[in-house]
Each structure stands twice: as C-alpha cells, then as structure tokens.
Design a protein around this ligand. Structure first.
Ligand code: IPE
Ligand code: IPE
Ligand code: MG
Length: 243
C-alpha cells in the first residue's frame, strides 16, 4: 500500500465482521465454527492497518445489542469467545503497539468479558500505534440513548445548558469521546446495511460492501477496500465548482 499517499488512506475504518454463519453453513459446519475462523481474520485486518501506516483506528463489530436475539447457545458461545479472544490476543496486540479500547453497553454483558476488556485496555493503554475498538454489546442507537441519559442528567444538575449543546459536545458523551469520525465503513458478506454500527460517527463515511464472507476475508480485501475508498470523491455537503 506504499503507493497511496497518506491523505488517501482512511484514518478510521469501521469493520462489520459478518458472514460467519453462512461460511459455516456452506461447509456443513456449525455457525460457531465460522466465528472461530474470524479470530485469525481480525488479526490479519489489524496487520493490514498497521502495514498501511497511517490508519489510526479500526473499529470491529463483534456483538451487537441486537445479537441477544439469537439462540441461547450461540449467544453463550459469542460471549465466551469474545472473552477468550481478548485473553488470547492481548499480548500479541500489545507487542504490536496496538491500543485496545471497548465500545458498548455494560448491562447484560458477561462479567468475565468485562474483566478481559479491562485487562486488555489497561495493558495497552499507553500504546501509540493503531487503536483497536472492540465493539461488544454495541448498538449505535443504544450509544445515543446512553449519551442522552447522561447528558440530560448533567443538564438537570445544572452543569450543562441545553442551549449550549452542539455536535461536538454531544460527541463527548459517546462511549469513546476520542473516536474520530469513520472514513471507511467496510462490510463483507454481501449485506448492504449498517446494522446499527457507529451511526453517529459514520454520518459521512464512505460505504464499501464486499461479497466475501468474513472468514474468507484477507489483508488484500482490506487493501482493495482502501483502494476503492481512495477513488471516492468526498464532498461533506460542499460542492465542486465546474469553473
Ligand atoms: C457475524 O456473522 C458475527 C456476529 C454477528 C457475531 P454472523 O453470525 O452474522 O453470520 P451470518 O451473517 O449469519 O452469515
Ligand atoms: C452485524 O451483523 C453485527 C455484527 C457483525 C457483530 P448481523 O449479522 O447481526 O446483522 P444483520 O442481522 O444481518 O443486520
Ligand atoms: Mg450476519
């Protein structure tokens, strides 16, 4: 990726790790086998970002606030799996200077998952390379509801004046106030929807949808997505004068 100038490389990539169940079904395996495969693929995606050099944030959608609707066995697997991936990968990520952070809602999330999140974030808190946001029990609407609750409470106690609230102040109440806006919103698996991922932060994201299922996803697919992103004309509501 050295042939792309840094201004064409996204600062923040949002990745919807989707298609694990279909990948497994195509092989006559249980859905959980697809999730298992995703672990190594996520690590490849981290490596791809590190190789590009100027990607600052990778946000990985691991479990949504809607995924509790799945059957109890799959939910149990996904909770245990999230906990184990954090435990298994944190040292290697730390060695790569990756800072791990978490975005999501605390209630319902397994305590053991929170424990591993705390360990991983504590271990890597001073790292200065890529920031990897693990989005576990995350929902864009839930995030806005949680921000609103805290903001209204602050207004009631008098520390915030409603008329002073701006887009910038609201974003300070989100799960990760230092998270930059999403530049590239990347979803494999053929689905073309956000599924409630980083709604606020993706207001002007470039959407890139790929057909491959996440367990088959490779570094090259991420590079291809960035190449597609680099060709987009981002206007942010402005207009390009035609002379
Ligand atoms: C994404 O793969 C992983 C999670 C949602 C946790 P899916 O499990 O949604 O796989 P498909 O979309 O059913 O193939
Ligand atoms: C989005 O995928 C959530 C994650 C990848 C964690 P889903 O598979 O849950 O989304 P839908 O149901 O296809 O919209
Ligand atoms: Mg899915």
């Amino acid at each position: 990726m050295t042939f792309l100038a840094p201004e064409f490389i996204p600062r923040h990539i949002a990745l919807v790790m989707d298609g694990n169940g279909r990948w497994a079904a195509e092989r006559g395996l249980r859905r959980t086998e697809g999730h298992r495969r995703g672990e190594a693929v996520l690590m490849e995606c981290v490596d791809a970002c590190l190789e590009m050099g100027t990607v600052e944030w990778l946000s990985a959608y691991a479990f949504s606030t809607e995924n509790w609707r799945r059957n109890a066995d799959e939910v149990r697997f996904l909770m245990g799996f999230s906990r184990d991936v954090l435990a298994r990968q944190r040292d290697e990520l730390h060695a790569k200077n990756v800072r791990i952070v978490w975005a999501g809602r605390r209630p319902r999330l397994w305590r053991s998952v929170i424990r591993e999140i705390d360990k991983a974030t504590e271990l890597t808190r001073d790292n200065t390379g890529l920031t990897l946001a693990m989005c576990i029990n995350y929902g864009g609407r839930a995030e806005l509801v949680d921000a609103t609750r805290r903001l209204v409470a602050a207004a009631q106690e008098g520390s915030v004046r409603p008329g002073d609230i701006t887009e910038d102040t609201l974003s300070q109440w989100l799960y990760l106030p230092d998270m930059p806006d999403v530049d590239l919103f990347l979803r494999p698996s053929g689905e073309q929807r956000t599924s409630n991922f980083l709604l606020w932060q993706s207001a002007y994201a470039e959407m890139v949808y790929q057909h491959k299922l996440f367990p088959d996803f490779t570094k090259q697919d991420m590079f291809d997505a960035v190449l597609e992103y680099a060709q987009r004309d981002r206007r942010f509501g402005g207009a390009v004068e035609s002379n």
